[in-house]
Design a protein around this ligand. Structure first.
Ligand code: ADP
Ligand code: ZN
Length: 693
């Protein structure tokens, strides 16, 4: 489209027969890129639903979810340049001896016994384009264009054999296979109970019917084993959408999914917007994982969008977890979702033994209690692997002056700077700002010292405590380099690491049979948080990290260090597992009218000026007048008021009725646009927020 003085690529989502705008001012479309719609009706419906549900402009939603190449105007189907020899071509012509470059092309085409894509000739030598031109002039060769593999060509009956299913797996699978229409299943299975095996079988069933499968996972880089397992099982084209793809590969994966050439599409949250030709099933693995929620811009929840997608296509969706969210459990209780239970581990491995270490009774040095160190020593001496979980990266969370007691603060946030030893730097984990760590205090001249523990410090400490053990670390810092994460995962799997210390990354669905013990260095963060989801997240993290122990033939042992061993959450997890926790937490949520017993939306304001955001939210609230069925809480300062050099405040909307909440938000959107046009404040809407800051 002509757009001002430029040309822009646009997407037509609708049409109209009449317009109030003067005919002479309406411009024509310059060029139509695709002859068939880029997005089929179902995909467009999913995008439209998500835009309206999450209160985000449809244009940004569509454009934001398209691969870059297509956004820039590449066609929905790739055009491939083909060449073939003509009747005149003489492969044995003696003159070719003097034109070796032409000869190479002619013999390749002759040998191929048919046309070939130009791209496939490129590897012959560097002057392929010139040689092709010359052959064309001789009349030996013609070129033409063709759509890249239009037809669906995967074989879906080629499946490697899996293990004999357990009874629980078999009945879960039977329930999924029996439902050819829309139905949401919650596959609630303890870690190692064989959930992935159930996905594989259900997908096999779907592939045999000639349909595609969409698999959403939290992070592909963290679970490369999963993709490998799919590739080993199915001799069908599998497309993995991960961050390592370049733009060309991304576009081609998207095209394969859309054209039905890809049998299985595996990807992280944004893969839910990939158009599918004939989907037969959707799988959401580890549905409790926070990464399914996009936290900025278009704030959608991929799991919930996936449910809409399945409904739209009228196909089953399976969401699996050892620690299902209270939302999903509530939907099961309400009869909307169907629970499938896998209560026991399959294959080798037993449920690990869970034990608390009371930090008030133990002398604890640098974050490690004697009980923990002794247990580690026992396992390491026996040749088993140990994992230590600490959700804090860096060397120390505080950089402290030993003279005057001053603590290094971030200038742009209400937060302390974290000390990173390897780079001698202070970094803010909230805004990313960094500076060199000063050796001495600006104020009093005394020396600084690190206080508290991060993973980097624990790693160094372990190297001293266990001089003969191979110690490694897995967190965002240690895996920044390309390939570093894969290397660590590989070494861990091969038993080349004795002790692995890491953050949240450790909790993801890894299967390391050599791990006999897991230590949680500090479970207390989250026990007394103001965020209503904090205890759910903590319980999930603990259960998930514990699930890494005892997956092999050794019995697993889990030690959790805490200063609050009497907290009910621990007793629940130890005595009744996640289900016991969930039952009590559900009660608390019901009493407080928090989700899943109410729907909430959070309006966040941010501004460079103090109080501007608060004032804007107050105005907004007043301008709206009464909102039927909706409770408005605030405005108030955000839990972290000053972050990334902006002041943050928020307004919470709560309602028992989703439609009333949506209506209120729709009215708010118009007001927000008016308000922010001439004000130095940005306001965003977060529907079903997972974090309340
Ligand atoms: P989850 O996804 O619940 O963590 P997996 O499907 O990854 O569990 O299974 C854990 C391990 O047990 C894997 O190594 C898998 O190959 C194996 N496994 C799964 N189902 C069976 C079965 N029925 N019999 C034997 N081994 C199985
Ligand atoms: Zn900061």
């Amino acid at each position: 489209m002509p757009f001002g003085r430029r040309h822009e690529v646009g997407i037509v989502v609708d049409g109209t027969a009449s317009s109030d705008i003067d005919q002479s001012r309406i411009k024509s479309i310059s060029e139509v890129i695709d002859d068939a719609p880029l997005l089929d009706a179902n995909t467009l419906a999913v995008l439209t639903f998500a835009a309206s549900y999450y209160q985000h402009p449809i244009g940004e939603v569509i454009v934001g979810t398209l691969p870059k190449r297509l956004r820039e105007g590449a066609p929905a189907e790739d055009i491939v340049q083909m060449v073939r020899l003509t009747e005149q071509a003489q492969p044995d012509d003696p003159t070719l001896a003097r034109a070796p470059r032409q000869k190479a092309i002619v013999s390749r085409l002759n040998g191929a016994d048919g046309p070939l894509p130009v791209a496939q000739l490129k590897s012959l030598h560097r002057s392929v384009p010139a040689a092709l031109r010359r052959l064309e002039q001789r009349g030996w060769l013609t070129r033409y264009e063709q759509r890249a593999g239009g037809a669906r060509d995967f074989r879906h009956d080629n499946v490697a054999k899996g293990p004999e299913l357990s009874d629980a797996q078999a009945s879960a699978l039977a329930a999924i296979n029996a439902s050819s229409n829309f139905q949401t299943f919650v596959l609630n299975g303890v870690t190692g109970s064989g959930k992935t095996e159930v996905y594989l079988r259900a997908i096999e069933h779907v592939l045999k019917a000639g349909r595609q499968a969409l698999v959403l996972v939290p992070e592909i880089a963290l679970t490369p084993q999963l993709v490998t397992r799919f590739e080993r099982r199915f001799a069908a084209p599998i497309v993995a959408l991960h961050s390592g793809l370049n733009q060309t590969e991304r576009a081609s994966a998207w095209r394969d999914a859309r054209a039905g050439r890809a049998a299985v599409v595996i990807g992280t949250r944004s893969a839910v917007f990939t158009p599918l030709h004939t989907p037969g099933i959707v799988v959401v693995d580890e549905e409790h994982d926070g990464s399914f929620k996009q936290q900025e811009g278009f704030r959608y929840h991929a799991r919930d969008v996936a449910v809409y997608l399945a409904r739209r296509h009228d196909i089953p969706i399976v969401m699996g977890s050892a620690t299902p969210t209270l939302e999903s459990l509530h939907n099961v209780a309400a009869g909307r979702y169907k629970a499938l239970e896998l209560p026991e581990r399959v294959g080798p491995g037993t449920d690990p033994h869970l034990q608390l270490v009371d930090l008030r009774e133990e002398s604890i040095e640098n974050g490690l209690s004697a009980t923990l160190v002794n247990a580690m020593r026992r396992h390491v001496d026996e040749g088993a692997q140990v994992m230590l979980f600490l959700n804090r990266r860096g060397y120390a969370p505080a950089w402290f002056c030993s003279g005057c007691g001053a603590i290094a603060r971030c200038t742009d946030c209400d937060a302390n700077m974290t000390y990173h030893h390897r780079h001698g730097a202070l970094r803010c984990h909230h805004c990313g700002s960094a500076r060199k760590a000063p050796e001495t205090c600006n104020e009093c001249g005394a020396t600084h010292k690190p206080v508290g523990q991060g993973t980097e410090r624990i790693e160094a400490l372990l190297a001293e405590l266990f001089p003969r053990a191979r110690v490694a670390r897995m967190d965002r810092d240690s895996t920044r380099r390309r390939g570093a994460l894969a290397t660590t995962l590989n070494r861990m799997r091969k038993g080349q690491i004795d002790i692995l210390v890491g953050t949240q990354m450790l909790t993801k669905g890894h299967h390391f049979p050599g791990v006999a013990m897991v230590g949680v260095l500090n479970a207390d963060h989250g026990l007394f948080s103001a965020d209503f989801r904090a205890d759910e997240r903590l319980a999930q993290t603990l259960v998930q990290v514990c699930g890494r122990a005892g997956r092999g033939d050794r019995a697993g042992e889990v030690l959790i260090q805490t200063s609050f061993p009497e907290h009910p959450l621990f007793a629940e997890l130890i005595n009744g597992g996640y289900a016991a926790f969930a039952q009590r937490a559900m009660q608390t949520r019901r009493e407080a009218s928090w989700p899943p017993f109410a729907h909430v939306a959070l309006l966040r304001a941010r501004s460079t000026r103090e109080n501007t955001g608060l004032a804007a939210l107050s105005n907004l609230r007043n301008a709206l007048g009464p909102l039927p069925g909706v409770t408005v809480l605030g405005p108030a300062d955000a839990p972290m008021r000053f972050r990334a050099a902006r002041f943050h405040s928020q307004l919470l909307l709560q309602s028992g009725d989703r439609r009333q909440l949506a209506n209120a938000l729709f009215r708010l959107r118009a007001q927000i646009n008016d308000l922010t046009r001439n004000n130095r404040v940005r306001i965003s809407i977060d529907v079903d927020p997972v974090d309340l800051y």
